[in-house]
Design a protein around this ligand. Structure first.
Ligand SMILES: Cc1cc2nc3c(=O)[nH]c(=O)nc-3n(C[C@H](O)[C@H](O)[C@H](O)COP(=O)(O)OP(=O)(O)OC[C@H]3O[C@@H](n4cnc5c(N)ncnc54)[C@H](O)[C@@H]3O)c2cc1C
Length: 320
């Protein structure tokens, strides 16, 4: 039997290695971190979640929930560990990212059929079966190798990361806990909502548009991923665009039953709720501008940023 090499121990590579190994087949799992970090990964763990800690809905009535159920039925490691490390987020399956990726790392490292090879791969072993799972931030040298093999010349697009803030720095007098349409599983709301009146919202939108942005590298065109656009790009499409997307207020009522003009939702980063992700607020504003513009919102006036938003290049293979 040919050697099987999996390159990249992200979500895809980790699950693939586990599935092959569980069937009694030996596999080599190559991972370059922590010796070589990507622009977005921060740890040495496998299956590190670089942005959102949410896998979206776990309800089988919708496509993403059904897919998760199917993965669970076929013995997915990602699903098993996600449920073990779940944090409250209504019907969404959200995880404590640190526990999630460290448990996956431990399981794979201890598997008798998996050999972990700490190495940055630059070429493919022609005599082996190679599974490329280096993900959206594949290192440049290897990306060029893939490009030369496939002949594709537009193997990237940009998307953005949302900031994470310290829960103690939110002004709770200007915020309320509620899940949209009260759609929570355990009777308690999981999302903290930051309401804005018309004036604050419009100032915020204008400042998003006027803010200084981090430029992309000269030689790369700005190809954005439509499903994960920076908020300032969405804002520039019209005053009402954010209010009908990420910041929609419908179904979010405060303790007096009032719906607001616009709302930013904050999702817990961990079970203890010590940090919040600014849902849908992925941004390419410069660091000082992120602090300035978000602090225009009353509840975020003194927000402490634990992680700032940023833009990143994503590499992909066009493999329909
Ligand atoms: C900025 C940004 C924000 C994102 N936000 C979200 C989000 O909010 N929600 C979402 O679902 N998805 C998001 N994604 C996409 C997310 O990265 C993927 O959903 C998921 O991580 C893809 O899994 P993967 O296994 O393909 O890649 P990854 O998880 O990135 O894993 C690839 C692994 O390969 C390793 N590697 C790379 N090159 C080499 C090499 N040459 N040799 C050895 N190892 C190598 C890397 O170190 C990494 O561990 C985001 C991506 C980026 C870049």
């Amino acid at each position: 039997m040919k050697t099987i090499n999996i390159i990249g121990a992200g979500l895809a590579g980790s699950e693939t290695a586990y599935q092959i190994a569980q069937r009694g087949i030996k596999v080599n799992l190559y991972e370059m971190r922590p010796e070589f970090q990507t622009e977005v990964h921060k740890t040495a763990h496998f299956a590190e979640l670089v942005c959102s800690n949410s896998f979206r809905s776990s309800k089988v009535e919708n496509a993403v929930g059904l897919l998760k159920k199917e993965m669970e039925i076929v013995g997915s490691l990602i699903m098993e560990v996600a449920y073990k490390t779940r944090v409250p987020a209504g019907n969404a399956l959200s995880v404590n990212r640190e526990l999630f990726s460290s448990l996956i790392t431990k399981t794979l490292k201890e598997h008798e059929n998996i050999t972990v090879v700490k190495q940055k791969v630059a070429t493919l072993d022609k005599n082996a079966i190679n599974i490329i799972a280096t993900g959206p931030v594949t290192d440049n040298e290897f990306a060029e190798k893939i490009q030369s093999m496939t002949g594709e010349n537009s193997l990237y697009f940009y998307d953005a990361i949302a900031p994470v803030i310290d829960a103690d720095s939110v002004d709770y007098n200007c915020a309320f806990f509620a899940d949209r349409y009260a759609d929570n599983v355990d009777g308690e709301a999981d999302y903290l909502n930051i309401p804005m009146n018309k004036e604050t919202y419009e100032t915020f939108v204008r400042e998003l548009i006027n803010s200084e942005k981090t430029p992309s590298r000269d030689f790369e065109k700005e190809l954005f991923f439509e499903a994960c656009l920076p908020i300032e790009t969405i804002a520039s499409r019209g005053m009402e665009t954010l209010r009908f997307g990420t910041m929609k207020p419908v179904g979010l009522k405060d303790s007096e039953g009032k719906e607001h003009h616009a709302v930013i939702q904050l999702r817990k980063e961990n079970k203890e709720g010590t940090a919040f992700n600014l849902v849908g607020c992925q941004t390419r504003m410069k660091i000082s501008e992120q602090k300035r513009v978000f602090s225009l919102i009353p509840a975020l006036r003194n927000a402490e940023f634990l992680k700032l938003g940023s833009m990143h290049r994503n590499t992909y293979i066009n493999a329909p």
